[in-house]
Design a protein around this ligand. Structure first.
Ligand SMILES: O=C([C@H](O)CO)[C@H](O)[C@H](O)COP(=O)(O)O
Length: 209
């Protein structure tokens, strides 16, 4: 069954915890977005894991160098997963995977900015990562003509464990689910909703229908 990951792109720990409290019953993974971690530091990871020990906590570091060091920072703070950029040297990913093995946690590769996401997903999977995020970031989503369909099509072709992030919502969650992706990431569709709990529940129910 595909997991539901909420991406929390808020800026304050207290707001992130309040949102997580509302949506936790409906999600499997709680993602601390890159802007949140830059705003609040790794302390937000510990705060979230302490508040929700039964949830997987995902630190969206988007690391570009010193993979072992940065992954270790995330894991020491309580993260179950940390992201490394797919565009970086394999050595950075290998360092992060080394740290993940030492901590019994996982590395996720973020393909933001990668030209051939399917090819890179296959390559990095061989390095021992947990899964690969087929990702169109918020800036790319704002470009004219953007469609999440490209990520859905890539997930079908990947043949390795992938997540999809890039505007997942109630209108496309069925297609995301049927793409073979192992995780559906929803940020704005939940945190910008008038009722985030209801939005998360709707996605959860559609996934489990
Ligand atoms: O990772 C993300 C982005 O780079 C900002 O941190 C988002 O969390 C990810 O794109 C999912 O958010 P939505 O696209 O709003 O669902």
């Amino acid at each position: 069954m595909i997991k539901l990951q909420v991406a929390i792109d808020l800026l304050k720990t207290e707001d992130a915890l309040a949102l997580a409290k509302k949506v936790a019953p409906y999600v499997d993974i709680i993602e601390l977005g890159t802007p949140l971690i830059k705003s609040e530091g790794v302390a937000v990871i510990r705060a979230m894991k302490d508040a929700f020990p039964d949830k997987e906590v995902f630190a969206d570091f988007k690391t570009a160098d010193t993979g072992e060091l940065e992954a270790g920072l995330a894991f020491d703070a309580g993260a179950d997963y940390v992201t490394i950029l797919g565009s970086v040297d394999d050595a950075t990913i290998e360092g992060a995977v080394k740290a993940a093995k030492e901590h019994g946690r996982g590395v996720v590769i973020d393909t933001i900015g990668v030209k051939d996401r399917v090819k890179r997903a296959k390559e990095v999977t061989k390095l021992g990562v947990s899964f690969v995020e087929l990702h169109a970031g918020l800036d790319e989503q704002a470009l004219e003509g953007y469609s999440i369909q490209v990520l859905i099509d890539e997930a079908k072709k990947a043949g390795v464990p992938v997540s999809i992030a890039g505007g997942v919502n109630k209108d496309n969650i069925d297609a995301v689910k049927n793409s073979g992706a192992v995780v559906a990431v929803a940020g704005g569709a939940i945190y910008s909703a008038e009722d985030p709990a209801a939005a998360a529940k709707e996605l959860h129910d559609l996934i489990n229908a």
